[in-house]
Design a protein around this ligand. Sequence first.
Ligand code: FES
Length: 147
Amino acid sequence: MVGTLADRFAGERGALLPLLHAIQAEVGWVPDAAIPLVARALNLSRAEVHGVVTFYHDFRREPAGRHIVKLCLAEACKARGVGAIETALSDRLGLPIDETSEDGRVSFEAVYCLGLCATGPNALVNDKPVSRLDAHKIDRIVAQVSA
Ligand code: FES
């Protein structure tokens, strides 16, 4: 599958990010095994590809959980108390931020601004925004990702 995608982008200038996004969209993450295939297809070094994959926070290096909770840790949400929300969510989910539960049920991840600064603290839960996070909304998030 990764090889087919790499072949599709082979030799195209500026194709590294589009190809990595295509791999992540298709596979759900960017496996280490994809790096030499991408490098060969785009005539880049493995180090160049690895550098881009590890630089951009959006590229997953391992499979995500079935549920994904992304918590905004950027300045406006910090000013609105996301620190306490992070602690509470981390306790309730049993996970530090940027980890996936061992059972693959949930990933808890940091993001840096969702463009919803006026209604912070904010999260995305399975790609749906949840704003003005408080204890009640944390209860709802935990229930939602428990299934
Ligand atoms: S800082 Fe959190 S949404 Fe902008």
